[in-house]
Design a protein around this ligand. Structure first.
Ligand SMILES: Nc1nc2c(c(=O)[nH]1)N[C@H]1C(S)=C(S)[C@@H](COP(=O)(O)OP(=O)(O)OC[C@H]3O[C@@H](n4cnc5c(=O)[nH]c(N)nc54)[C@H](O)[C@@H]3O)O[C@H]1N2
Ligand SMILES: Nc1nc2c(c(=O)[nH]1)N[C@H]1C(S)=C(S)[C@@H](COP(=O)(O)OP(=O)(O)OC[C@H]3O[C@@H](n4cnc5c(=O)[nH]c(N)nc54)[C@H](O)[C@@H]3O)O[C@H]1N2
Ligand code: SF4
Ligand SMILES: [Mo]
Length: 884
């Protein structure tokens, strides 16, 4: 009998329910859970490929002390004594934890308790500082609490959805699908996208405002002014439930013509801007979604409040189909906020107020309760450089890649006396700096809870055996806490004991004074925990866990009980005063990769869509800076340079570049974008400005370029450009170099035996070389080199690795560098689920009359599984331009 386990996807904040089925032969199949209220069975490409990431390649399986394997007892003792020694000599503020929105709530709770209640410092911060902290700060300023008022149902009931700085189609794909489906059902619904780039999300947009980067505040100030001029404000709501309105409106006043003036400042069409304003005015049921295009600016918190102001002024909050809605990034970004994972929070949505400190101290029986906020992420790494922090424990995050000014982070880790890291993977960029590596269990192996963007708490459940000596994070932290002498407070035996404690604290002295209250879980039994159903918080004796929206009664968690308008003004990027560099670099995500690719990078089908770092540039800029589509480019600040493949596209605004954040030293030689991003932060939230870095771009012309496809993972030891990715049955290396190679075949690292067959083509004059190594009629590896880029699309070559026996045709194709049968060349993969390429799609569209998503789905299956590729297929249908 196959074994079915219901759990939750470990990637984005949508929090989709999945069913993992383990068949008798051990094969795992992952499908959407039709009953989970966040996704109703849907999954995106990443969720659908989860089964492909369950493998032990590069897994961290044993505790390591430097490069030596050690026992758990020894490792725990090392960590505990290392921390204790530093605390004794330098005080509790000389140590820190840097944790993650990818920990489960129970892990997160225990880490926070150990640092804030027992070590006695609040130096625990999380990668959510890089992600949601501006939203948290904005919510607190406006509502007095970090409350997300909406739920996903509101998206389906709204008549207007405005997506601000959110590439929903790629980053919250299942919510995008829910919006798209709702729009089909209710054609009256309108969607507006506000993003400097024309992203895949624009495919469902009625209006796209490609604004000057950073100018959102102008738009929302002008909107407030416009609504006032058109007498569209809810005066009664403002009077009864809010304060600070007059001042906010005063600041928002534009001069003569709010539309023209704002359109000019923001670089958008006045007609489109007015259409948006009119839609907002007319449609009461209006949800404004925001994500990193809002948060990741040095005035991100003000952006958040500029948006919330418009909702408060129209009373559109806490009602069906209305509200400001921050989409959270990580699977447990919300859970982290609930346990107080940020350095300026206490557990259960409490702050560093005297009565909160006292309450938490009493509840934990804490001997060393922290009395004031600790250092935020950026300051924490600075303190390592300055020697103020001497020990750090990093859990479930890869700061050497994901923090701004990444090279400085590496210096900080080098300088820090004692670095501990808990991860499931051994070869992350951060692992290189760890003195102790602790092997953690990961998705599929661990139990706990997570909270998604709509406040829904769902279970993650284990269905795999624990590999090697890996341990659950909550257990590792408790083991260390006990070894530090805190046995009683960290004597957890089962994970549900931690949820019970967390729930009890959320209800302590609460009586409706704090939004976060899940006290109904305080008595959850083990068998109830096992069966826990996805539930919205609050969940108490009186709240049933089905409150679809909060803040409905017009009462807020401020002292006066009223919501606060924040009188914001237009912000300036922190680094706008630096020596002039001609272009502005924007960074973000791609459809099929998750952050630093430690997990999605191991799934061959997720590497088909985009397998190389790219820099997107507008055609005008490309001409100005002499950059051609598909060639390599160097992108530089005054001190750092990285290399990426140029994609020339009108989807990018003139003056801006876009580079994805995913590549690290583990997957690329020199393409980590955070080398270029300075660590400027929003002064209120501490969130770094990832979306605005002045840079320049130049063409990079190496002596030779090419690629290797090979059936094993190899080390590349020349310096130049090198991007590693995994295919189905092979590894792919995009390479380029500046030094002549004497023997090209050495790059393949094969000990050639006598029964190996070598196909070879060289054209020395043209500097073109092709090699293929075959053994027993199977392809082992191939290498293509030329002066220019060769064979931009080589998906067809990858397919030869799956063939048991190469045909005569295949050998000729290998030598010719193109398939003998043109139909074999399917082009760049668009549909990752069914491996359908753009050439196949274009052929069918142009020559076989397929003219709709349905027709394409019927014939090729493309777009019929997770649907993540539908925006791109629609793009091919409407215009047949290729990106690269
Ligand atoms: N595929 C995939 N999905 C993910 C993730 C992933 O790694 N991969 N990560 C998850 C996480 S942790 C997060 S936080 C979310 C992030 O989800 P998103 O915020 O949707 O993702 P980003 O690509 O970082 O940025 C969103 C958009 O902001 C735009 N932008 C930049 N500057 C501005 C501006 O000044 N104004 C406006 N209006 N827009 C601007 C960018 O052009 C970009 O298209 O995604 C989650 N989902
Ligand atoms: N330039 C630029 N930089 C950015 C952003 C951007 O938009 N632009 N976005 C920022 C944002 S919003 C975010 S959220 C961050 C994300 O940045 P990171 O958090 O650094 O990225 P991940 O690759 O998700 O790192 C998670 C780590 O946890 C490990 N892991 C997985 N499961 C477990 C587990 O159960 N236990 C333990 N102990 N480890 C586990 C993984 O192997 C991986 O090493 O990046 C930020 N950096
Ligand atoms: S939208 Fe995709 S990545 Fe996000 S939770 Fe759902 S399946 Fe996972
Ligand atoms: Mo994030």
């Amino acid at each position: 009998m196959a074994n079915e386990v219901k759990t939750t996807c470990p990637y984005c904040g949508v929090g989709c329910g999945v069913i993992a089925t383990t068949e008798k032969n051990g094969k795992v199949i992952v499908q959407g859970d039709p009953k989970h209220p966040s996704n109703f069975g849907r999954l995106c490409s990443k969720g659908a490929a989860l089964a492909d990431t369950i493998e032990l390649n590069h897994r961290l399986l044993h505790p390591m002390s430097g490069s030596h394997q050690t026992s758990w007892d020894q490792a725990i003792e090392n960590v505990a004594s290392g921390f204790k020694r530093i605390i004794e000599h330098h005080g509790p503020d000389a140590v820190a934890f840097y944790v993650s929105g990818q920990l489960l709530t129970e892990d997160y709770y225990v880490a926070n308790k150990l640092m804030k209640g027992f070590i006695g410092s609040a130096n625990i911060d999380t990668n959510s500082r890089l992600c949601m902290s501006s939203s948290v700060a904005g919510h607190k300023r406006a509502f007095g609490s970090d409350t997300v008022p909406c739920s996903y149902e509101d998206l389906e009931q709204a008549n207007l959805i405005t997506l601000v700085g959110s590439n929903t189609a790629w980053c919250h794909p299942v919510l995008y699908q829910r919006i798209r489906d709702a729009k089909v059902r209710r054609p009256h619904m309108k969607v507006v996208v506000i993003d400097p780039r024309r992203t895949a999300t624009c495919e469902i947009a009625d209006i796209h405002l490609p604004l000057v980067p950073g100018s959102d505040i102008d738009i929302f100030l002008a909107l407030l002014d416009y609504l006032d001029r058109h007498d569209a404000l809810d005066r009664e709501y403002i009077a009864q439930h809010t304060e600070g309105f007059e001042m906010a409106l005063e600041r928002a006043r534009t001069h003569d013509d709010p539309i023209k003036e704002t359109a000019r400042k923001c670089g958008v069409s006045p007609v489109a801007l007015e259409q948006f304003f009119r839609l907002f005015l007319e449609r009461e049921k209006s949800v404004t979604v925001y994500s990193q295009g809002v948060n990741q600016w040095s005035f991100g918190t003000d952006k958040v409040n500029a948006i919330i102001n418009c909702h408060l002024a129209t009373g559109r909050i806490g009602k069906a189909g209305m509200g400001p809605f921050s989409f959270t990034g990580q699977p447990n970004a919300m859970g982290g906020r609930e346990v107080g994972g940020l350095a300026n929070q206490l557990a259960a949505h409490m702050d560093f107020e005297p009565q909160d400190i006292e309450r938490v101290k009493r509840f934990w029986k804490a001997p060393n309760m922290a009395k004031q906020p600790g250092l935020n992420a950026v300051d924490m790494f600075d303190a390592m450089i300055e020697g103020r922090i001497k020990a750090v424990w990093i859990m479930a995050t890869n700061p050497a890649v994901s923090m701004p000014d990444a090279d400085r982070i590496k210096t900080a880790l080098e300088q820090c006396e004692f670095v501990v890291m808990s991860d499931c993977v051994s070869n992350t960029d951060t692992a290189k700096y760890a003195d102790v590596l602790l092997p953690a269990t990961t998705w599929g192996e661990k139990n706990g809870t997570v909270t998604n963007s709509e406040r829904r708490i769902s279970r993650q459940r284990a269905f795999l055996d624990t590999p090697g000596e890996a341990r659950d994070d909550w257990k590792i932290i408790s083991d260390v806490a006990r070894a530090m002498g805190y046995s009683e407070a960290f004597s957890y035996r089962r994970v549900e004991e931690i949820l019970r404690e967390h729930a009890a604290l959320s209800g302590l002295d609460n009586h409706g004074t704090r939004d976060f209250d899940i006290s109904a879980y305080a008595g959850v039994t083990s068998s109830q925990y096992e069966k826990l159903r996805p539930t919205l918080w609050p969940f108490t004796q009186t709240d049933s866990g089905a409150n679809v929206r909060l803040l409905s009664n017009g009462r807020f968690f401020t002292d006066s009980g009223k919501a606060r308008f924040v009188a914001v003004t237009r912000g300036k990027p922190a680094n706008s005063t630096q020596p002039k560099l001609p272009l502005i670099l924007n960074t973000g995500r791609i459809r099929d990769q998750w952050h630093t690719m430690t997990r999605t990078g191991s799934a061959p089908r997720l590497n088909q869509h985009i397998h190389e770092p790219f820099v997107e540039i507008n055609p005008d800029d490309a001409e100005l800076f002499d950059i051609r589509n598909g060639t390599l480019a160097n992108i530089s600040t005054a001190s750092h340079t990285i290399t990426a493949r140029a994609v020339v596209s009108t989807e990018q605004r003139p003056g801006s570049l876009f580079i994805p954040m995913h590549w690290s030293d583990a997957t690329a030689q020199n393409s980590s974008v955070n080398k270029l991003v300075a660590s400027n932060v929003d002064p209120i939230s501490g969130q770094p400005e990832f979306k605005h870095s002045p840079v320049q771009i130049t063409a990079y012309t190496p002596l030779w370029q090419g690629f290797i496809l090979i059936n094993k993972e190899i080390d590349i030891d020349y310096t130049g450009y090198c991007i590693k990715s995994r295919g189905n049955g092979f590894w792919r290396y995009e390479i380029a170099g500046e030094k002549e190679q004497v023997n090209w075949l050495e790059l393949l690292k094969y000990p050639f035996s006598s029964n190996v067959e070598l196909l070879e083509f060289s054209d020395i004059a043209q500097h073109r070389f092709r090699f293929a190594v075959i053994e027993d009629s199977r392809l082992l590896g191939c290498l293509y080199i030329s002066r220019d880029r060769v064979l931009a699309d080589h998906a067809w070559l990858g397919k030869l690795f799956c063939k048991k026996e190469l045909s005569h045709h295949d050998r000729r194709s290998l030598l010719a560098g193109h398939p003998m049968n043109p139909a074999d060349d399917c082009g760049k993969t668009i549909c990752a689920c069914f491996s359908v390429g753009n050439k196949t799609l274009l052929h069918e569209i142009n020559h076989c009359g397929l003219d709709s998503i349905e027709a394409i789905g019927n014939k090729l299956k493309a777009g019929t599984s997770c649907g993540s590729c539908i925006p791109e297929i629609k793009g091919l249908l409407s215009d047949t331009h290729e990106s690269y």
